[in-house]
Design a protein around this ligand. Structure first.
Ligand SMILES: *Cc1c(COP(=O)(O)O)cnc(C)c1O
Length: 380
């Protein structure tokens, strides 16, 4: 039983997302403080959570934004992020999205293919503008994370491969409306083994040598995001930004005029969010007990999509009897299950559950499948 949360939530219709704004503030302040030690620039990856109060809170702290669509760019700017601190990545930017970002004069397009450079050059020329761009390079570094969220291997669709760089330089020479300002890398998400980042720094150093030897020194090195969080012990947890930034500071070889940028999503917002859901029914099967919640994969799809683990807490029960349950949602799919054979205090209809670490890639992936109702988010 968690009396504090129970009192707060008891009267509210479920399911809904709940955001602990104190934890968010603490997390943002710590990340910023550690990054400031080295003059590193932080962009928040909007796709992790675009809930408006969250975006406002992050923009007010002076973060830039990392966007992957035109609407994300527009949403970020509306929420207070300065266009001059917005970067725009993604393998499939449409002409309309590029035009909208050009109109807003964003800081940088992170280009992911030769053809994209040509298209941005044409669209910028039509507007009489010059687009600042970084090349997203696929560094072929293994992030040692789930295969669905690895992005920096040569078999992934993301980025420009090393063997294409000669062609890229040829195209850049002919592209008068493109200014190359940076190199960009993003190797994946939920990376908890920090040696992956150390490996990334040594790849970046090698790639920079390739550019130096062709008399190209870019101003911006953007190391992407991907720092993971601890889904197994989430309470009050703040990721180790100190060690993360220290690795880049120690191992990246930079020229004095170069800036280092990061794009963090999950590590900033993951732990501050929970999904609150009510037990609708307890069903006793032949070998199993099912606790059926009023939230399912339509409200939080990570367990079903990536086999992700989320800690579950029954905040209502004070029973000392421990029973195993499969905790499932109401959606008409057998995969709609949050946890199997989970030991919980005896659970009854009406109990409230908190599904933890749901602040990143949770609410943003909500879908209308089955047309269930999600109630407005609550904030501490
Ligand atoms: C998703 C994404 C990020 C953020 O990843 P996290 O794992 O949430 O930190 C950063 N950069 C790019 C290009 C992305 O696509």
């Amino acid at each position: 039983m968690n009396t504090e949360l129970l009192n707060k939530f008891e009267a509210l219709p479920t399911p809904f997302y709940y955001y602990d704004m104190e934890l968010l503030n603490e997390t943002l302040d710590f990340a910023k403080r550690e990054a400031d030690k080295y003059n590193f620039h932080l962009h928040y990856a909007v796709k992790a959570n675009f809930n408006e109060p969250i975006l406002k809170c992050i923009s007010e702290k002076g973060f830039g934004a990392d966007c992957v669509s035109g609407r994300e760019v527009e949403t970020a700017v509306k929420s207070g992020f300065k266009p001059s601190e917005v970067v725009f990545a993604g393998v499939g930017k449409s002409d309309a999205e590029i035009n909208a970002a050009l109109d807003l004069n964003i800081f940088c397009f992170n280009c992911e293919s030769v053809q994209e450079i040509e298209v941005i050059n044409e669209l910028a020329a039509a507007k009489g503008k010059t687009a600042q761009t970084a090349l997203r390079i696929n560094p072929n570094v293994n992030a040692n994370t789930h295969k669905y969220i690895t992005t920096g291997l040569s078999e992934n669709k993301f980025g420009i491969n090393m063997w294409e760089l000669d062609d890229v330089l040829e195209v850049l020479k002919k592209s008068d409306h493109i200014e190359l300002i940076g190199l960009h890398f993003h190797i994946g998400s939920q990376i908890t083994d920090l040696t992956s980042f150390k490996n990334l720094t040594s790849k970046i150093n090698t790639i920079q040598q390739w550019f130096y030897s062709r008399q190209i020194i870019v101003k911006v090195i953007n190391a992407g995001g991907g720092l993971g969080i601890d889904y197994h012990s989430p309470d009050g947890q703040i990721p180790d930004f100190a060690e993360y930034f220290r690795i880049f500071n120690e191992f990246l070889e930079l020229r004095p005029e170069q800036e280092v940028h990061f794009e963090l999503g999950r590590s900033l917002v993951g732990q501050c969010g929970s999904l609150i859901s009510k037990v609708l029914y307890i069903k006793n099967g032949l070998k199993k007990n099912f606790a059926i919640l009023d939230a399912g994969m339509t409200e939080l799809i990570r367990p079903m999509l990536y086999s992700a683990h989320h800690e579950l807490e029954n905040i209502s029960s004070s029973s000392s009897e421990i029973i195993k349950y499969d905790v499932v949602g109401p959606i008409c799919e057998s995969t709609d299950c949050f946890a199997k054979d989970l030991e919980l205090p005896q659970t009854v209809r009406g109990d409230l559950f908190r599904i933890k670490s749901a602040g990143a890639y949770g609410e943003v992936m909500v879908s209308d499948y089955n047309l269930k109702t999600l109630y407005p988010a609550q904030y501490s």
